[in-house]
Ligand binder design. Structure first.
Ligand code: RNT
Ligand code: ZN
Length: 425
């Protein structure tokens, strides 16, 4: 396979594509300018199969699972940062990092999660600052002895609840410390696994406890210039098939009433339900939303994000509603069966490609057709767009942003695998 493309060809193809889009009233330069402002939040946990660095020997729990044993996963924070550097070098634009608390660096000392502080993330902070990455943060309420019975913030045991409340309070402060140091607010997102495998008798008690716990977690006012709080609902998990305390309705009401962000994870609903149609509704009631862009295959399987219709519907909703500023776009998948740097690059590039497709829509024209009741015209134009040369615009973007154009990024993934990952056996 010849992966190299001449700069002249890329430019020439772009010039033709630009004209083609201009005929429809679409300004490709404006689309690329908008795309350049988007900062995706890359999830650290794709690099080590949601392991973290606590060396506790705890298996991944909480009803999520990474499957596969592709060699070369990151074993240390330095390895994970090196892998992330490699991934970012393949993705056009300047992007953020989404970090979990269990990736703390405690210098060999055992610090429990409720005692974590900004000092345990100093290396992450320095690295983020040096490389221009904003950071988002997450308390890690799973893979821990205190989460062994499947309950954390909603636990009936006051001691367990207290531990996780303290952990979430600590996490918000760590998020704020990143926001302050980096000059861009951290979105600190709370996801907990709490739920029952089988049909519960009491659905209400755990939800009352969760609401109380969250109110304690959020009691401390933090500067929104440093930290923004988000909550992430879910329909079911492995081992919590019958009931999840933090359901969609629970958190929608909670986020709306507390004026915080709502996180929508693409894998957290019924398999035939998509999050795209929720964005315009949720944004009427909460200030901003966080997305966990993911791909569930038959269940919340967290496959690498591909350029599906689902993904395009999500990015269309962001762009058509003029919501690029109010939607924080995070990725959330973990595939351990393929090269992990490749997984990051493929999913992030696809998310940006889907955004570009949405930015290349003739918005005024489509809106006018719809308002005139010309649904035939609307359907014809939407279908016609699918054949337009968006790939040439994407290639020009990658060229300008100095990342590999086309499939050439795979050469870099492979070279890094041979030179670095393969030596980790
Ligand atoms: C789990 C949630 C949650 C996690 C990460 C690791 O179903 O999607 O966001 O995937 O926090
Ligand atoms: Zn998620």
């Amino acid at each position: 396979m010849n992966t190299s493309l001449s700069e002249n060809h890329i430019q020439a193809a772009y010039a033709l594509a630009r004209e083609r889009y201009a005929q429809l009233g679409v300004d490709t330069e404006a689309a690329l300018a908008a795309l350049s402002t988007v900062s995706l939040s890359l999830h650290c946990w794709q690099g080590d199969d949601v392991g973290g660095f606590e060396a506790s020997g705890e298996a991944l729990s909480g009803g999520i699972a990474a499957t596969g044993n592709y060699p070369g996963k990151a074993r240390t924070p330095d390895e994970l940062r090196a892998d992330l550097d490699q991934a970012y070098s393949l993705i056009p634009g300047r992007h953020r990092l989404n970090l979990h608390a269990m990736y703390a660096e405690t210098g060999g000392k055992r610090i429990d999660r409720n005692a974590l502080g900004p000092e345990h993330f100093a290396a992450w902070r320095d690295w983020a600052k040096a490389n221009g990455h904003g950071v988002d943060f997450n308390p890690s309420c799973f893979s821990h002895p205190m989460a062994a019975d499947g309950f954390t913030l909603a636990s009936p045991d006051p001691g367990i609840r207290r531990f996780w409340i303290e952990h979430c309070i600590a996490s918000r402060r760590i998020g704020a410390s990143f926001g302050q140091a980096l000059g861009t607010p951290a979105v600190t997102n709370i996801w907990i696994p709490d739920g029952y495998k089988d049909t519960p008798f009491d659905r209400s008690g755990p939800r009352q406890r969760l609401r109380e716990s969250l109110d304690e977690v959020l009691a401390e006012k933090l500067d929104p210039a440093h930290n923004l709080d988000a909550v992430e609902p879910k329909l079911f998990g492995l081992g919590s098939e019958s009931y999840v305390v933090g359901s969609h309705e629970f958190y929608l009401g909670y986020a709306q009433s507390r004026g915080i962000l709502m996180c929508l994870d693409a894998g957290h609903f019924h398999p035939t339900e998509t999050i795209a149609d929720k964005i315009s509704s949720v944004l009427l009631y909460v200030p901003e939303i966080l997305l966990h862009v993911s791909r569930g295959v038959r269940w919340d399987s967290d496959h690498v994000v591909t350029l599906t219709d689902d993904l395009q519907s999500i990015t269309q909703e962001i762009v058509r509603g003029g919501n690029l500023q109010r939607v924080h776009i995070g990725l959330d998948y973990f595939d351990a069966s393929i090269n992990r740097v490749g997984a990051w690059a493929i999913g992030a590039r696809n998310t940006l490609r889907a955004l570009l497709l949405a930015l290349l829509e003739p918005r005024a024209e489509l809106q006018a057709l719809e308002e005139a009741g010309d649904y035939t015209g609307r359907l014809a134009l939407l279908e016609e767009l699918k054949g337009l040369p968006f790939g040439a615009v994407w290639d020009a973007h990658c060229l300008r942003q100095e990342v590999p154009v086309g499939i050439a990024y795979l050469d870099d993934v492979r070279a890094y695998e041979h030179g670095v990952l393969a030596k980790r056996a």
